[in-house]
Write a protein that binds this ligand. Structure first.
Ligand SMILES: [Ca+2]
Ligand SMILES: [Ca+2]
Length: 364
């Protein structure tokens, strides 16, 4: 649908008004970049897990499937007649930890306004491990009372004994911004188009850990993290780098099922020289997990086009008015709708009004 009711002179006058305003506009307006992390990003993290454990062990004797297997019995003395096989209780403390370097993935939105000296970050979502799942050997010191074994025969005086119980694995380490944008400052550097920024961002840090393949409740904390970095604006793109340091720590007293029927060989003591074969069941009755994070992030941002950037060259200026009006007149001549700018599908003078409103808004 065509609308030729407005004389061209009005359009020219409006154009002149707009161009006059552009001359007074700041050198750079607000721009938002969608930033994706690059593979040169890295995260150095340390991880520490400690658990208190209780459980039982029992000989691997089975009257049908393993009649020659070890049987466990309470107390130091007694005969080895019969097939009694009694679980022996124990307590233990276990731990695992270490450092790892991983390649994070994710992104965020960075909005900068050099003229106003402001920067803000929103929608930050970082998978700090990338695809990695660092794991660390997990060992426990188990303490038990007197017991004895048959097949082979041995007496065990209650002692504390180290046993390996698999690995602790850091399965997830994420930083996800809570709702809303973090607002901070933007400062020009001596390099043209390069700025430093400091933006405090509230994130939920989550560490997910599996202990001996049993996933523990994820450790989760909301922390305010200062993000300090550098951005170079290249028109349609931006390059961004920043560091993020934080840590998360939490203790849980929920019981977690640990390894069940874990094979554990114990050398005989009285007399020595043989090996008793035991099966161990474990429950973790308190787990504390801690992680420190030192992230060094680089990324490339793609500008979010403003509606008023009609020619899509990532700058809102008078060329956009020229491009819009060319499209508008072309639409009128050809019945096309390239310059339709408002909710009314027809191309008419209201689209020029809507465009110019967006154009003035786009200057800021
Ligand atoms: Ca433009
Ligand atoms: Ca329209």
């Amino acid at each position: 649908m065509r609308d030729t009711s407005r004389p061209n002179g009005l359009v020219v006058a409006m154009t002149g008004l707009a161009i006059g305003a552009a001359a007074a506009a700041p050198a750079r307006a607000t721009d938002t970049y969608v930033v994706t992390l690059s593979s040169s990003s890295s995260v150095n993290s340390t991880f520490d897990a400690d658990a208190s454990i209780f459980g039982t062990f029992i000989g691997n004797h089975d009257p049908v499937n393993n009649p020659d297997g070890t049987m466990t019995r309470t107390g130091l003395f007694g005969s080895c007649g019969g097939t009694a096989n009694t679980a022996i209780g124990f307590t233990a403390s276990g731990g695992a930890g270490g450092a790892s370097t991983t390649t994070p993935a994710g992104g965020f939105r960075l909005t900068v306004n050099p003229a106003a000296g402001t920067a803000s970050i929103s929608e930050l979502s970082l998978d700090l491990l990338g695809a990695a799942e660092p794991s660390f050997p997990l060992s426990a010191e188990i303490t038990f009372g007197n017991f004895r074994t048959c097949q082979p025969t041995s007496a065990y005086i209650g002692i504390t004994l180290p046993i390996p119980i698999g690995e602790a694995t850091l399965m997830d380490l994420t930083a996800v911004q809570t709702a809303g944008a973090g607002a901070g400052t933007l400062l020009a550097t001596a390099t043209p188009n390069q700025y430093t920024f400091i933006v405090p961002v509230e994130v939920i840090l989550t560490a997910g850990v599996a202990i001996a393949e049993a996933p523990a409740e994820p450790t989760e904390q909301t922390v305010l993290v200062p993000i300090v970095g550098t951005v170079t604006l290249n028109g349609c793109t931006a390059t961004v780098s920043f560091s993020l340091d934080s840590n998360v720590a939490e203790s849980s007293t929920d019981d977690i099922d640990g390894p069940q029927d874990l094979a554990f060989d114990l050398p005989t003591i009285l007399p020595p020289g043989s090996t008793a074969h035991l099966l161990v069941d474990m429950t973790f009755d308190s787990v504390s997990v801690g992680a420190t994070i030192d992230a060094s992030v680089t990324g490339t941002g793609q500008i979010v086009f403003k509606p008023a950037d009609f020619n899509r060259d990532c700058i809102v200026n008078s060329a956009d008015i020229t491009a819009f009006l060319q499209a508008w007149f072309s639409d009128l001549a050809n019945g096309t709708t390239l310059s339709n700018f408002d909710s009314n599908p027809a191309v008419n003078s209201a689209d020029i009004t809507a465009f110019l409103q967006a154009w003035f808004a786009g200057l800021n």
